[in-house]
Ligand binder design. Structure first.
Ligand code: NAD
Length: 451
């Protein structure tokens, strides 16, 4: 299926949000380039809809700045394309022309009615079933029955949205990772009735956006959050088990360091929950808990949120405090729900005691950052050696890491067994490409016996 058949009028709902703004940039760049190559009609438009005018003007500035950067990077393409334009000589003139053509495609508005007759819709509004259902229902009366819908929901089954809005096979999940313009992974999720052409178009679009597409089946949380949420709940259960001996802040610090340093992940689990947002974690948890026959809840998450401890990011991308407090992006303190305050890593001796429990690191250990740049075979060999040595250690940190690795593996296997993922490769692909893990949870890197 040709892309241009559906890109006459594209609408993005929730366009000014964290994900919506990235999706807007990706589609604006794609449509601008297609238009330059005369692959799109000259009246094609990208309608960017959100509920806040202020957020929309921020979105306009963001798109302008980012498009200039992209144009500067693609100057050779612009020089080729504008070769017959004698009025454009300097690079700056070509960039200005491109930006002006590009921005002429977009229309920013708070009126959902502006999506009338859209040929394709991207829904990236707040993760809330009522909000999404209302939007999709209202859109149905504005577009014709050939319009394709793609939702960025992180957790809500697509079939549920399809049924509520009677979309009859015209919707599927196109789940970008944050930030969409940088992250390569997109989980694609067909609902039970998704039409073949809606899926074909999604695959074509993903290819044009140079994304790595991994199919997930239509089960709440899909593969990525299916793993992340259970992984987070496991860490929380370990904190609750260890808190009497090490205090709650000490135990959070311990699990955070185990999951980052001993498991060689890009960040610790509590830093990751803060990055995603404790409130977002709870939202996804609730959707999964409602849909799945598993006890997926956390009183600790509820208690942090009751104290307005939320994590997430400021609009400039800076990390907000959550389980951990950050300075220049680095954790410097841990919130103690028992003492109702952040306790600095220098203040309480418990952090030193906890740190000592993690050492010595097993022979062959390298930080995540160092292994990232190795060739795959070199990295696998190093990880293999490290994990073999870790398995021979018996101090507390090693035991926690081994059990956590086995739990992560069993979550991965559960996703395959319960048919969320088609196979182990897809689970691993999501964790490696979406979460920047150096190894998938289902692997042959570590011995299997439990400690
Ligand atoms: N943040 C992430 O890491 C992440 C990753 C993958 C997917 N997602 C999913 O992407 C979607 C958006 O998440 P986000 O993090 O960007 O949230 P966000 O809160 O940053 O953005 C949501 C946007 O939707 C807008 N909105 C709310 N109601 C609306 C309405 N009725 N009409 C139009 N716009 C409306 C809000 O004003 C806001 O700008 C959610 O479904 C979320 O689960 C988020």
């Amino acid at each position: 299926m040709n892309l241009n058949s559906k890109m006459n009028k594209v609408a993005i709902i929730g366009a000014a949000g964290k994900m919506g703004s990235g999706i807007s940039l990706l589609l604006l760049n794609l449509m601008s380039n297609m238009k330059l190559k005369k692959e799109l009609p000259s009246n094609s438009s990208l309608v960017l809809i959100d509920i806040s005018d202020e957020a929309l003007s921020g979105l306009y500035q963001y798109l302008r700045t980012q498009m200039v950067k992209l144009a500067e990077k693609n100057i050779n393409f612009l020089r080729e394309t504008y070769a017959d334009r004698s009025d454009l000589v300097e690079n700056g003139e070509m960039i200005d022309e491109f930006i002006s053509e590009s921005l002429s495609i977009i229309r920013l508005t708070t009126a959902l009615e502006a999506a009338k007759n859209a040929t394709m819709v991207f829904e990236a509004a707040t993760e809330n079933m009522d909000i999404k259902s209302t939007i999709l229902n209202n859109l149905c009366s504005l577009v014709d029955t050939n319009c394709f819908f793609y939702t960025n929901t992180s957790s809500i089954p697509i079939s549920t949205l399809e049924n509520i809005a009677t979309l009859k096979g015209r919707i599927m999940g196109f789940h970008f990772y944050n930030p969409p313009s940088v992250q390569k992974l997109v989980e694609v999720i067909k609902a039970q009735n998704t039409r073949a052409e809606v899926n074909e178009f999604a695959l074509e679009l993903g290819k044009s956006l140079k994304k790595i597409l991994v199919p997930s089946n239509d089960v709440a949380g899909f593969i990525g959050n299916g793993h992340f949420i259970r992984d987070g709940l496991y860490a929380i259960s370990e904190v609750l088990r260890l808190q009497n001996e090490y205090t709650i802040h000490g135990a959070i610090h311990m699990l955070n360091r185990v999951s980052q340093d001993l498991m060689i992940r890009p960040m610790g689990i509590f830093q990751l929950i803060d990055y995603v947002g404790i409130d977002v974690f709870q939202l996804i948890l609730k959707v999964m808990n409602q849909s799945l026959n598993e006890n997926l809840q956390s009183a600790l998450i509820d208690r942090y949120l009751a104290k307005e401890i939320k994590g997430g990011q400021f609009s400039n991308g800076q990390q907000k405090d959550g389980f951990l407090k950050y300075e220049k992006g680095n954790p410097v303190a841990v919130y103690s729900i028992d003492e109702d305050r952040y306790i600095s890593l220098n203040e309480d001796r418990i952090f030193k005691i906890v740190d000592e429990k993690l050492y010595p690191l097993a022979d062959g250990h390298s930080p995540w950052k160092n292994l990232l740049t190795c060739s795959t075979s070199d990295r696998d060999q190093k990880l293999n050696t490290y994990f073999k040595n870790l398995w021979n250690q018996n101090h507390l940190g090693a035991k926690l890491a081994k059990n956590y690795l086995l739990r992560s593996e069993s979550i991965g296997k559960h996703l395959v067994d319960s048919k969320v993922a088609n196979n182990a490769e897809d689970v691993n692909a999501v964790l490696v490409n979406g979460f920047y893990h150096l190894y998938g949870p289902i692997n042959n890197l570590f011995p299997k016996e439990k400690n």
